[in-house]
Design a protein around this ligand. Structure first.
Ligand SMILES: Cc1cc2nc3c(=O)[nH]c(=O)nc-3n(C[C@H](O)[C@H](O)[C@H](O)COP(=O)(O)OP(=O)(O)OC[C@H]3O[C@@H](n4cnc5c(N)ncnc54)[C@H](O)[C@@H]3O)c2cc1C
Length: 506
């Protein structure tokens, strides 16, 4: 039986492990942290559940390819409950509200009533979202293994989405937002992502939501990673935590062994690195970096990375009258040298058990650009100053929350603040990035081939391989890594999953 060693127990590493087991390979996952899950994580603080990842998960519609992959790894399907909201977010600018509704007719009608002056562009926007519902993230085979008919099938499925991709592919979110006069519609387009994201990402979000292909797993991030962990263990996989890889021994074109911080070594037959890509190149050495990643690192304007400052507030009473996700404008406040004029609130009221009985928990997200990472990193050198600054921002935000939600005055308290430096410390994330390189509208969208020149038994998995990262991309790259390995090693893919998606007769 062939063996595969997987470094990194995030969603991509777990997916690779599950597909390795499904394919009859023997596998082991080595994770540096005490728990698996990577960026898809949560923890307890003062009796509250801090969910520091999933706000939405794509792939929840059985009509989409990716659903089959989530089903294979045990995250959707029988016994897995999803929370389906009616709207993705509510925007409130000076008391006037607008929503990104799941029902596009309702969204169009509301936007027209809020901003009749934008009538023409509203129609175009809604049509673009409608047509974009046909977009498909190829999830069953890596690009190079797709044959003529696979490509034809994909093109046919996406026939309505392609013209939208061509039309809006050259714009960033800022460009798209500027087509509207209404500040409410502009904010709906900006959503909670940076304005330099490519415009298609907003269309994609709302299209997936409208298509019933984006929901929230009941139980949040834990329900994703714990189900994947259980599935992997049930299939006979092995997980070793507190195993930080420090280096990989390479002889000729083959990885021979992995050396861990605890002084142990694991011999390697096939190796999948499912760590943050910056960690991967530390382990194997920069000389194996290919042109794609060299270009990304050398051109941060074209391939920026982003992160978040996430602040969590305990609420003394239930938070039923705070929207699920809301963005409102406020007095400016400064974070890491940048003025913020909005507050983005995420309410966990519909996740049972996230707050003690009779209480609530909300999160405020503040987007952080890559230049702001340096600020947090420097500040972290002085822990007192770092903690004090987090608290200062948290208190400033709290004042604005109390102004916007006066019924909660005196009932909010800060329980946690997570910075880009935190993501870096816990998962090794490059500049604290939570989505990998963001391909802007300035470059052609490409997926990485998942292997590196000069290494024969080495495969990549993880959010950095496919834009714009996130859980679905992490998931499919784990599957693709095993498909690439099987192909290269000329092994018959033995296992037939529920829907036959992984069977390949060579
Ligand atoms: C705040 C936040 C909100 C998010 N919200 C969403 C969302 O709503 N929807 C969505 O789709 N995505 C979301 N994401 C993104 C999503 O969580 C990530 O894209 C995904 O989890 C990445 O998985 P991965 O396996 O590629 O990488 P990671 O999760 O980074 O996994 C890499 C693993 O490797 C381990 N590791 C690192 N170095 C070593 C080493 N030397 N030795 C051994 N192990 C090592 C790490 O500890 C980690 O467990 C969010 C992320 C964050 C942080």
């Amino acid at each position: 039986m062939s063996k595969v060693t997987i470094i990194g127990g995030g969603v991509s590493g777990l997916a690779a492990g599950i597909y390795a087991q499904l394919s009859g390979l023997e596998s082991e996952i080595f994770e540096s942290h005490t728990v698996i899950g990577g960026q898809c994580t949560s923890w307890k603080r003062k009796g509250f559940h801090i969910d520091n990842c999933v706000h939405w998960m794509t792939g929840t519609s059985p009509k989409k390819e990716i659903y089959q992959v989530w089903e294979d790894v045990g995250v959707v399907g029988d016994g897995c409950k999803m929370i389906s909201h009616d709207y993705f977010l509510q925007v409130d600018i000076d008391g006037i509200k607008g929503h990104a509704w799941r029902d596009l007719d309702k969204m169009e009608a509301e936007l027209l009533s809020v901003a009749p002056e934008d009538k023409k562009v509203i129609h175009k926007l809604i049509k673009a979202i409608r047509d974009f519902q046909n977009i498909e993230l190829p999830a069953l085979k890596p690009k190079e293994q797709m044959g003529f008919w696979d490509n034809m099938k994909l093109l046919w499925k996406m026939r309505k989405a392609i013209p939208v991709a061509v039309k809006y592919g050259k714009m960033n979110i800022g460009d798209l937002a500027q087509m509207f006069q209404s500040p409410i519609i502009r904010q709906i387009i900006y959503n909670y992502v940076p304005e330099t994201y490519f415009a298609i990402s907003t269309l994609y979000m709302y299209a997936m939501f409208a298509a019933g292909n984006a929901d929230l797993p009941l139980g949040g991030s834990d329900s994703i990673t714990l189900k994947m962990r259980d599935r992997y263990l049930q299939l006979g996989g092995k997980i070793s935590t507190k195993k930080k890889a420090l280096s990989i021994d390479i002889e000729g074109s083959r990885c021979k062994s992995v050396n861990f911080e605890d002084g142990t070594t694991a011999e390697v037959e096939n190796l999948i690195c499912a760590t943050d890509i910056s960690v991967t190149f530390k382990l194997i050495g920069d000389k194996y970096m290919d042109d794609h990643f060299r270009f990304c690192y050398a051109n941060p304007d074209k391939f920026p990375v982003f992160s978040d400052l996430d602040i969590y507030y305990a609420v003394d009473v239930p938070t039923d009258d705070i929207p699920t996700m809301e963005i409102f404008n406020c007095e400016p406040y400064t974070v890491a040298g940048r003025d913020c004029k909005t507050i983005i609130v995420n309410n966990f009221a519909d996740q049972p058990g996230f707050a003690p009985e009779g209480k609530g928990i909300i999160e405020v997200l503040v987007v952080q650009y890559d230049y702001q990472y340096e600020y947090w990193e420097k500040l972290y050198a002085d822990r007192e100053a770092y903690r004090a600054e987090k608290m200062r921002i948290a208190q400033e935000v709290l004042q604005r929350l109390e102004k916007h939600y006066p019924q909660y005055r005196g009932k909010l308290s800060v329980i946690e603040a997570v910075t880009p430096k935190s993501f870096n410390r816990y998962t090794g994330a490059y500049k604290g990035s939570y989505m990998g390189f963001i391909q802007t509208h300035l470059v052609k969208k490409e997926t990485h081939p998942g292997v590196l020149p000069g290494l024969d038994n080495f495969y990549l998995a993880g959010q950095w391989l496919q834009t714009p990262g996130g859980l679905p991309n992490a998931l499919v790259t784990g599957r693709f890594a095993i498909q690439r390995l099987m192909k290269r090693e000329n092994i018959l893919q033995q296992f037939c999953c529920k829907k036959n998606t992984f069977l390949s007769k060579k």
